[in-house]
Write a protein that binds this ligand. Structure first.
Ligand SMILES: [Zn+2]
Length: 122
């Protein structure tokens, strides 16, 4: 499994076999993660507030998605501002959980790859 596939499938960044999120998905607790990888024992939460950095990834995703949708609707389809933002609200509501989870997955993959301390910590 390559890195992109591991991020997309929410797998452990070190062994790429353990799950990042507890299954089955619960809508009341969409970010429910185990403390450690079930396969290689990697610590998924090495410090309090560890996933604060994932917020910046989700922010980037959301802003560029909104700009792309509104730009396309207004410039290409000639929609009004209200209609364009109505579509943005709808798309944002649909992709909310996906963006939160994929941001965490991307963040821990980047951290484990570039921070040797985290990679070696078990
Ligand atoms: Zn693992």
């Amino acid at each position: 499994m390559n890195v992109m596939s591991s991020i997309w499938n929410y797998k452990c960044p070190r062994c790429r076999k353990g799950d990042l999120f507890i299954k089955p998905f619960e809508i009341k607790n969409p970010l429910n993660m185990p403390d450690r990888c079930s396969n290689c024992d990697l610590n998924y939460s090495p410090e309090p507030g560890y996933y604060f950095g994932a917020m910046f990834i989700s922010y980037g995703w959301t802003v560029w998605t909104i700009l792309a949708i509104v730009g396309f609707c207004m410039l290409v389809l000639d929609w009004t501002v209200e209609a364009s933002f109505g579509l943005v609200v709808f798309v944002s509501a649909l992709s909310y959980f996906f963006i939160m989870r994929i941001s965490r997955s991307m963040y821990i993959h980047m951290d484990v790859r570039f921070d040797k301390k985290h990679k070696e910590t078990t």
